[in-house]
Design a protein around this ligand. Structure first.
Ligand SMILES: N[C@@H](CCC(=O)N[C@@H](CS)C(=O)NCC(=O)O)C(=O)O
Length: 231
């Protein structure tokens, strides 16, 4: 297990979030991106594919699913242990993010959270499970081309839906960058960089280009997935 302490943050007042999970995991990336946007300290322990550890009794005691990410927050007498990346992002934002990253008004936050949830439950599976996994993580001889082609067609209206919503943006909420951009934008690096037949989505392309200008996105989300490629 290797560790990546965030040593630029000497101030002990800044929460230091302990994170378990490899940097190449898209779900870990959501959490790391949120941590960086909020400006929290962190200590990340590599775990999961290629690093192991997530099947040990110690890890399973933290997350009985045996999946990454897991976080522990011991700030100010808390001892909060969590898994499920979207829930973790919401927890970190609700605890530590200023407005407008985490809108306090439920009437503002709710409709944004709807898009965040849609990204996790609709865009994510349509792309990650049905296109990224078969294309990248499946040995070439085992790829079901017909099924992959159907998934690629099915992805087009999903991508167009996000394109319509973003419009001129610049962000999902309009002028303000919020937690919903983290939960929606986290998957766009893989979506953009994987070469397949995509819908024309000029607004989504411009949105992705804006995300790439954010240092936290460049550092924590645009992480090579070559190590995940099936041989
Ligand atoms: N719904 C969970 C899914 C977690 C998940 O599937 N994690 C993957 C990595 S992205 C994992 O742990 N894979 C096993 C491994 O890396 O060994 C979340 O959002 O946190």
């Amino acid at each position: 297990m290797s560790e990546t302490p965030n040593s630029d943050r000497p101030n002990s007042e800044i929460p230091n979030i302990e994170v378990w999970g490899r940097a190449s995991s898209s779900n870990v990336q959501l959490v790391m991106w949120a941590i960086a946007e909020i400006g929290l300290g962190f200590t990340r322990h590599d775990a999961g594919f290629g690093f192991g550890m997530n099947d040990t009794p110690e890890f399973l005691a933290m997350n009985p699913n045996g999946l990454i990410p897991v976080i522990r927050d011991r700030t100010g007498g808390r001892d909060v242990l969590m898994w499920e990346s979207a829930a973790i992002v919401r927890y970190l934002c609700a605890s530590y993010a200023p407005e407008p990253l985490w809108p306090r008004d439920p009437a503002v936050r709710g409709p944004l959270d709807m898009w965040a949830e849609w990204a996790k439950t609709t865009f994510g599976p349509a792309f990650n499970s049905r296109i990224f996994w078969p294309a990248i993580r499946t040995p070439a001889a085992q790829i079901d081309r017909a099924s992959l082609d159907r998934a690629i067609e099915a992805m087009k209206p999903v991508a167009r839906m996000l394109d319509d919503r973003i419009g001129d943006g610049p962000w999902l909420a309009g002028q303000d960058f919020t937690f919903a951009d983290i939960l929606c934008g986290g998957m766009l690096y893989r979506y953009d960089s994987l070469d397949f037949d995509k819908a024309e989505t000029p607004h989504l392309d411009a949105y992705y280009a804006r995300l790439c200008q954010r240092p936290a996105y460049a550092e924590h989300v645009r992480v090579s997935y070559e190590a995940l490629r099936a041989t």
